[in-house]
Design a protein around this ligand. Sequence first.
Ligand code: GTP
Ligand code: MG
Length: 201
Amino acid sequence: MEILSATFVKSSANLAQCPEADVPEYAFIGRSNVGKSSLINMLTGRLSLAKISQTPGKTQLINHFMINEGKTPWLLADLPGYGYAKVSKKNREVFSLMIRTYLKNRENLMCAFVLLDSRLPAQKIDLEFMEWMGENGIPFVMVFTKVDKLNKTETAENFAAFEAEMLKTWEFLPQQFRTSSTKGEGKDELINFISETNAQW
Ligand code: GTP
Ligand code: MG
């Protein structure tokens, strides 16, 4: 599949405001600053489709983008980052509830991409979030970001440690992708995955 077009649809503050659920949808989620917007721009080949923030926690709405409209259309949803410390506890709870309601009830959601910073050891908040996804039967894959910031040894060590941590609670690990938005790494793999998943719509 080629990305022929990518256009911003709308920003939604909750599930009810989201665009019509009549084409397959993929959600991008992860901690603030993990690189969601950068990855969306890299995948779509549009340098400033999703706004890249210097200030983490900036995206506080669900932003929908329509890809390949009129051909093989699908929706991409950029979700607010979770767990950003500088956002008030009250606000964090509102976002968390909003995101979880969306994930559990969005009818056309084919798969969520849970973004994880490949430089960091497994974070409690990410592990808990993935566990919640598993418990609720929401399909997701793991997408490691910013692999360009690590050398080969660090990459191998970090992935081995992450896997070991996951295997404490997971019998089988979800599918994994390694990406760099600056280098374009992982783009073909993710686009192919979306293309194959679209075929199940
Ligand atoms: P919020 O919307 O605030 O939750 O952040 P986000 O997850 O959308 O992250 P964003 O794409 O805005 O990226 C955060 C920072 O990381 C920016 O300074 C990006 O330039 C940088 N960044 C993102 N992806 C990569 C990557 O693959 N490699 C490198 N080197 N930097 C990256
Ligand atoms: Mg963002």
